[in-house]
Design a protein around this ligand. Structure first.
Ligand code: BMP
Length: 259
């Protein structure tokens, strides 16, 4: 199983350039931690990314919650990605027909495909959504994740719907993996990134549910933990918490390898 292999070995063998780079970063920084940087201004986002950047492999953004977004923000994020050696994942969750998502991904105010190494989509419209996004993303060397599951209470991505996500991921080269809670397949070394990870809280008041890095990485075989408020939440020192989650995620990975 890919779960028994090192990130370094998986990166060397991988055929997708984004997955290859991601595994190489994980190995270099000994980090399988992604920061969900859900702050609401440009200055907060840049300050958080600069502080926590040394400890993460992926910076996950919701660029449409930044009240003072401008193109200089993404230029500065790209500079931080180079400075601290991380990839940028815009958690856009596209969910429309192929023709519309092409416009949303490549253009508009945000021009996501110009700066985000990774984005994601729901496959509720059918496989045309992947084809539309691929038309924009493949020429730019980007990668896509499918939302095979969600972390929230009562979510509807289960059973046959999750299985369809896996089938579509396997046959579309643009797809590098999933958002979900576990390893789904042994084909094409598809990566799983898992949100809803927390060491202290069980959830929030709006349906979020938290599980531990041990459960997610060691037992379920997921590759990357995504942590937001556990790192930057009220009263927390983001650097202290980022180190804590980085260490917990890496220890869970070493346990999985039996080291
Ligand atoms: P937090 O760790 O603060 O709960 O943040 C989780 C982040 O992951 C949020 O940005 C949310 O949009 C995202 N997310 C999630 O929580 N569950 C999912 O199933 C998919 C997500 O993208």
């Amino acid at each position: 199983s890919f779960s028994q292999q090192t990130y370094a070995a998986r990166g060397e063998a991988h055929s997708h350039p984004v997955a290859k780079e991601l595994f190489a970063i994980m190995e270099r920084k000994q980090s399988n931690l992604s920061l969900a940087a859900d702050v609401s201004t440009k200055s907060e986002l840049l300050a958080l990314a600069d502080k926590v950047g040394p400890y993460i492999c992926v910076l996950k953004t919701h660029i449409d919650v930044i009240s003072d977004f401008d193109q200089d923000l993404v230029a500065q994020l790209q500079a931080l990605a180079a400075k601290h050696d991380f990839l940028i994942f815009e958690d856009r969750k596209f969910a429309d027909i192929g023709n519309t998502v092409k416009l949303q991904y490549g253009g508009g105010v945000y021009r996501i495909a110009d700066w985000a190494h990774i984005t994601n989509c729901h496959v509720i419209p059918g496989e045309g959504i992947i084809q539309g996004l691929a038309e924009v993303g493949v020429p730019k060397g980007r990668g896509l994740l499918l939302l095979a599951e969600m972390s929230s209470k009562g979510m509807l991505a289960t059973g046959a719907y999750t299985d369809k996500n896996v089938e579509m991921a396997v046959r579309n080269e643009f797809v590098i993996g999933f958002i979900g809670s576990k390893r789904f397949t042994e084909e094409r070394d598809l990566i799983t990134m898992t949100p809803g990870v927390g060491l202290h809280a069980a959830g929030d008041a709006l349906g979020q549910q938290y599980r531990t890095p041990e459960l997610i990485v060691t037992e379920n075989g997921s590759d990357i933990i995504i942590v937001g408020r556990g790192i930057y939440g009220a009263g927390k020192d983001p650097v202290v918490e980022a180190k804590r989650y980085r260490d917990a995620g890496w220890a869970a990975y070493l346990n999985r390898l039996g080291k």
